[in-house]
Design a protein around this ligand. Structure first.
Ligand SMILES: Cc1cc2nc3c(=O)[nH]c(=O)nc-3n(C[C@H](O)[C@H](O)[C@H](O)COP(=O)(O)OP(=O)(O)OC[C@H]3O[C@@H](n4cnc5c(N)ncnc54)[C@H](O)[C@@H]3O)c2cc1C
Length: 299
């Protein structure tokens, strides 16, 4: 099956959108705000929190970037009005970082102020290393003014431990993930075990400081190690949560985590840019093909 998976995942980018849609469906919560909110309310009723992401990055014009901010504000407004348990996750290139730094800063501060007013938290996703410095600079500025703005650290980057040491004194929410972009071995760890070791080190460093850690991984061994760390250090449940991407199969792990009283948040992407996102998921894990095919036949 792995050869079939690999062939399908490589040909996906060349398929028409209608043919690709079944592969996207498990990982993307529709194209509209109504669709995503319905899914998030269902997750809430199963005791999951959520963080909602409007799919897309690298906007080409300022008008496009402003439209994205306005759409996020609409989302924040509805999350608040309907008392939905969800934060939002944003990418600064989606808000115009590649177009104009000062413009992006203005957009971020405006959105952060709106989130603070409506009591909806915001996490700034981390992007490729080309943007890391700018993203942290903008994050620090927003977080100083609006405490509900958090950021992300990537365990595959050598620099992350220094970033986290600097940020862990700040009372903020830091998501730890392995990192998804292709990076040079000069700046990124290649060895999977070493990335996991660094992930644990970043978690320990946040727990030693004052920050809150969002532990974003589907790696069951890593999750077990993080649970051991939490138990050995008697870290209270209000200092961390586990996070997963919508649709990624996790066996019974999420139910187990919830039964232990841990918060579990699902990252729920939606929007018209579902095609690129799905291609990325497929390239990352061609095993998805067999999972999707199984589900198609089940239905
Ligand atoms: C909530 C959340 C937010 C994230 N935010 C960012 C971010 O801001 N910046 C960034 O660079 N990266 C982000 N990522 C992606 C992350 O960096 C990893 O690329 C991704 O999570 C895969 O790593 P893993 O820890 O799950 O471990 P892996 O070792 O890659 O995967 C463990 C197992 O989980 C399964 N699996 C993993 N990913 C998938 C998938 N997508 N579909 C199906 N099965 C899968 C596989 O079976 C695999 O064997 C985020 C991930 C999560 C969960």
């Amino acid at each position: 099956m792995s050869l079939v998976n690999s062939i399908i995942s490589k040909t996906m980018p060349f398929l028409p959108r209608w043919a690709a849609k079944p592969f996207a469906k498990p990982y993307v919560a529709g194209e509209s705000i109504d669709e995503v909110l319905e899914i998030v309310q269902r997750l809430n009723s199963d005791n999951f929190s959520a963080t909602i992401d409007i799919l897309g990055e690298f906007t080409r014009t300022k008008d496009e970037a402003v439209a994205i901010r306005v759409q996020y504000e609409e989302l924040i407004n509805l999350i608040s009005a309907k008392s939905i348990d969800s934060s939002i996750s944003i990418k600064l290139t989606h808000l115009g970082l590649d177009l104009d730094y000062a413009f992006c800063e203005k957009q971020l501060l405006e959105l952060s102020a709106y989130g603070q007013k409506k009591d909806v938290a915001i996490t700034i996703d981390m992007e490729s290393s080309k943007h890391t410095d700018d993203i942290y600079k903008l994050f620090k500025k927003a977080n100083k003014l609006f405490s509900r703005v958090g950021a992300v650290t990537q365990a595959y980057l050598y620099r992350s431990i220094d970033d986290v040491i600097q940020l862990s004194g700040v009372n903020c929410n830091l998501r730890i993930c392995k990192g998804i972009y292709k990076e040079s071995s000069k700046i990124a760890i290649n060895d999977k075990n070493k990335i996991n070791e660094n992930f644990e080190l970043l978690a320990k460093t946040i727990f030693d400081g004052e920050g809150y850690a969002s532990l974003a991984t589907h790696d069951l061994n890593l999750i077990s190690n993080l649970e051991k760390l939490i138990q050995n250090r008697e870290i209270p449940p209000d200092r961390f949560e586990f996070q997963v991407l919508y649709g990624v199969p996790m066996k019974s792990k999420l139910e187990e985590l919830k039964a232990k009283g841990y918060k579990v948040t699902v990252y729920v992407p939606f929007g018209k840019s579902w095609f690129d996102y799905s291609i990325r998921r497929l390239k990352e894990n061609p095993k998805i093909v067999s999972y999707v095919i199984k589900n198609l036949f089940k239905k």
